[in-house]
Design a protein around this ligand. Sequence first.
Ligand code: UDX
Ligand code: ADP
Length: 480
Amino acid sequence: MNTKKITNICCIGAGYVGGPTMAVIAQKCPHIKVTVVDLNEQRIADWNNADLDKLPIYEPGLADVVAEARGRNLFFSTDVDKAIDEAEMIFISVNTPTKTYGVGKGMAADLKYIELCARQIARVSKDDKIIVEKSTLPVRTAEALRTILTSTGNGVKFEILSSPEFLAEGTAVQDLMNPDRFLIGGEQTESGEAAVQALVDIYLNWVPRENIVTTRVWSSELSKLTANAFLAQRVSSINAISALCEKTGADVDEIARAIGKDSRIGAKFLKSSVGFGGSCFQKDILNLVYLCQHFNLPEVADYWAQVVKMNDYQKHRFAKNIIDSLFNTVSGKKIAFLGWAFKKDTNDTRETAALYVADELLQDRAEIHVYDPKVTEEQIFADLEYLQTHRVGQYVEQGEIMSMDEIRSLVTVHNDPYEAMASAHATAILTEWDEFKSYDWQKVYNDMLKPAFVFDGRNIVDKKQLSEIGFEVYNIGKGN
Ligand code: UDX
Ligand code: ADP
């Protein structure tokens, strides 16, 4: 096997996956030139910003890594053709959103960006290259890539690898520095194995060999979808139990603690909440469901679809509980939202539960006052606007499309949490930001209308303390 030593890498897509992953590779492999390219000029300018606080992505530890490698062997550029031409190995980290049109609408991954990349690589390349899929992709995308890449007839040979990323937002740098595993899928041919080895050699610069798992391409592609499906399933499973807890007087956090002690189950990802969000879980499960349907496995498709249905139900249940508790209507009532991000320590709002809860309350003409320590007003209105034009999902579809004028008349975004909660009928906690725990809840109570309701969608505030102050407190899964 003739393994090539890689000295020049290019990554197409300077987004959430491409940016941090390449920054860490560059930091750990000073002998490799790493160029990250993107069509988005602003994004590249932000990555090149001398002020490290202005990087396009906020991740703890990322600025230090970029500071060390940028200009040494890490470069950000909009010259996609040049970077492709010079690279021996090309990572594809472009976005693969759920399709919003045509065949597979609302379920299948939209591969148009991947396809455009492949065509560009095919057009530009003059020598053999290894292509690595980093984006999460449906199984057998590598096949489609191969078809496009090899159809030019110019004699250039491409090896295609799958090496999906498992980093989570907020811990991306940590996940990259100390991964549970790096996964590489490749062809079981001599040249395929050599390509796998070339990537193994890169990761070996900082990851022990036993943490690098190699598989065939299809297994690697499917492992990523499966990992996210399993994680999301755990959240939906504990959320399903939370509904039963509320009826029976059991406590979902006590149950999580009790079952989490079983080493076969494990303690992580058992935190009941208002529902999971983020760019991956729902998208990947829908993708999995679509694949199962495509391969005529309706029972398997239904099984996984239920994880998303349960998540929709959890968000709906939370919103409905607010309406029911406020005497069956929230019309004209002020509801404060603490948190908008899909989890703490990120400003990412993709698929955030807060948006869906807000939508249900807005359908009933509530006045929503949002405070989030990291999410901008612009982003919150962009999310609300997007939902109006993309009404997909069990409960969202039933809602009426609202005009932006109407939404703006009902939603206010605050920079001060106390202002958001003053004179409110209810406060709903949507994200588990640490700062919410240490608010002066007595002051909040004094300023709210009575009865003062708190709906804790993350079980983070002290129910006993708040009840003693006089609040009506509703938790997830606590037999209220
Ligand atoms: C996830 C996967 O963890 C990561 O491996 C993959 O590469 C991308 O998708 P991410 O979306 O960043 O990462 O966040 P994660 O921490 O997994 O949380 C996802 C959602 O589940 C959040 O909304 C979070 O609040 C929710 N969650 C998580 C719970 O409600 N309860 C839990 O116990 C864990
Ligand atoms: P992810 O979370 O998967 O990293 P992002 O949306 O954060 O997704 O980033 C994907 C990036 O890929 C975007 O910045 C987008 O501009 C870029 N991109 C998409 N298609 C191309 C392309 N053909 N060439 C270069 N960059 C691309």
